[in-house]
Design a protein. Sequence first.
Lengths: 205, 205, 205, 205
Amino acid sequence: MAKAVKNSSSARAVVSDKREAILRAGIKVFARNGYFNSKVSDIAGEAGIADGTVYLYFKSKDEILHSIFDRAMAEFIEEGKRELAESGTPADRLKRIAELHLEKLGADRELAIVFQVELRGSTKHMQEFSAAGFHDYLDIIRQAIADGQASGDFRSDIKPIVAAKILYGSLDEMVTNWVLSPKSYPLAPMAGEVLKILFGGIMAR
Amino acid sequence: MAKAVKNSSSARAVVSDKREAILRAGIKVFARNGYFNSKVSDIAGEAGIADGTVYLYFKSKDEILHSIFDRAMAEFIEEGKRELAESGTPADRLKRIAELHLEKLGADRELAIVFQVELRGSTKHMQEFSAAGFHDYLDIIRQAIADGQASGDFRSDIKPIVAAKILYGSLDEMVTNWVLSPKSYPLAPMAGEVLKILFGGIMAR
Amino acid sequence: MAKAVKNSSSARAVVSDKREAILRAGIKVFARNGYFNSKVSDIAGEAGIADGTVYLYFKSKDEILHSIFDRAMAEFIEEGKRELAESGTPADRLKRIAELHLEKLGADRELAIVFQVELRGSTKHMQEFSAAGFHDYLDIIRQAIADGQASGDFRSDIKPIVAAKILYGSLDEMVTNWVLSPKSYPLAPMAGEVLKILFGGIMAR
Amino acid sequence: MAKAVKNSSSARAVVSDKREAILRAGIKVFARNGYFNSKVSDIAGEAGIADGTVYLYFKSKDEILHSIFDRAMAEFIEEGKRELAESGTPADRLKRIAELHLEKLGADRELAIVFQVELRGSTKHMQEFSAAGFHDYLDIIRQAIADGQASGDFRSDIKPIVAAKILYGSLDEMVTNWVLSPKSYPLAPMAGEVLKILFGGIMAR
DNA sequence: AATGAATGAGCATTCATTCAT
DNA sequence: TATGAATGAATGCTCATTCAT
């Protein structure tokens, strides 16, 4: 029985390893060629398994992409929530969110490419993604801003949701630029630049 | 001679009409299904012509997408430059650019979808696009900001290029949200919202 | 009326000129690319006319090829018959036929290419061609040989039709080699070489 | 282990069988319709496999034709060389070559059609083919004739290469006639007829 | 007669997915 | 579980032919 347990556990580990390998391979291949120009056999090859094996772990090519998004978003959201939960001024919380956003994507260029490029690659994916996690993510930002308004730290004549989109859009643009740039530079520090402007505006006082 | 002129002019008009019809059909079909899920025969059908006729005006499916981008970008840039040329405070110029951006895309939802979704849909297109027109566009914004700093209207401790990306990213995000939203609302007014925050920041004074 | 005649005659001349131009263009284009890789528009372009005009003179692309064969064969046969009609020993007649064969094709490399390559390019064409003119041509050769046997000039223990095929096949091979050879050499002199062997055999006496 | 061996061997056999089946089907279909009028799906259908399967064994339709030529030529050359190697008078060697030529093609009418018709069907194929194996083949014949001249069996006032072309051209013509003939007759015996004339000439002594 | 824009049937090739082993 | 050979639906593009002018 010990054997059985061990087998089962190692089997599960293997399952998890293969699934993981396919996802990593998918990120790499999708980042390189784009979703539609990537073949399932490319992913299988990159993962070091046979083509057919992919279908033991994923129902379709599309599901691989979905899983990449879902898993990354779940981590994103989870970390975002953790930061929110920790006490701190609303401004600090926004700062942490922005830093996390850029650190996360800046640490995994291939994942960033898939996010910036493929997620946008079809209304279908974007809408599904929106439904899935994007809205939650945006809401975390919005909440921090609303809290700042309640505490008097932030101006009260702005709409929190608009400000949240501006922050998100700004960060997104930084990532997109970084992804497409032939130059290699650290992404995370851009968080400070963005917030300096977002907090203080560009007008001279 | 009148006849000749008329013939020649109508012939040119027909050519131009058909090219135009294919581009409009392409925008519609790409917006609906995405580039890779759109068939050339869909576009031909939408344009009311035979499949083969498409190839009298475009060398390939890909060239249709390119032409859509190129033409729209050319207009974009041209209008952007015109606004810049007109005198006005740097702040006014940014305002006009933002309004134009949203008016333009807000007036043609399908074109907006293609831009927001397909352009992002492949690094290939994005890089070509970047090379082509995007950089010029961003530079127009950057220049306005730099001018504002020179005139003392804008803070001098921010990097114009970063602020330009923030404005662009914010506008882009507004468009993306609008495009994906099931709700129908006017896009152009968001320009004011964005600039209120970008100009003044979100911090309370 | 003079005018009408002139018109009519020049009209006929034009018709004939265009037909001729298309056939020449066809020979050139088919020789260059082969029948299946040649486009009707290539031929039209080469002939300096519009695509549609081709169909005023020929029912189809296939008919152009046919006409090329038919016309050339008619000339071939006619000249062959004239040589036969002229008195001369059977051996002289064979000599003239062989010379004519190689002179004719050697004088028009493009026509030779079409004959050697395209005519063989499909059983369909070959069978039609056989039915049309090839059989007549071979029969002229056969007759000369039979005459030579009757006159005692040629061995009587060989089948005239076989000897005719051998002569034809030999000449054909000379043409094929000449057509495919990167080297440029006069084709006609090969007639003597061929007949020297055909007449005397290769055995030493 | 026996199992492994058997599997491996049967696997290889299957691969080989399928490749073989496609080649046979290609010969049949090309012989029936000609290369350009044959669809890959015709070949697949004839071979009893799916269209896509063809591409697991051949890169393109063109490669199928090439493989047909290459394989047949390799056999041709090999047998030709074997005959040459065996001692025998030059005349005997020529006889064996001629017999083999006609036996080989006479035994596989479809292959003969493809050779006579398709190989000639394009200068492209002919030139590649020439480069590949035809020259070798012709050289074997030429060598036998040159040997005959050296031994005094053959006349020394003829050019071996010309005589070789005459033999080849004659045999080729026999095959072409046989292929196109509606009548069914054995091809191989023509070898004797051809050589009787080639050896002795047609002149009476 | 001449044009050349328009047509639309036709086809090689790809690749996500299945399934026998 | 894993494999990878086999499948066959799907589609961009070509080009012979037509026809309105």
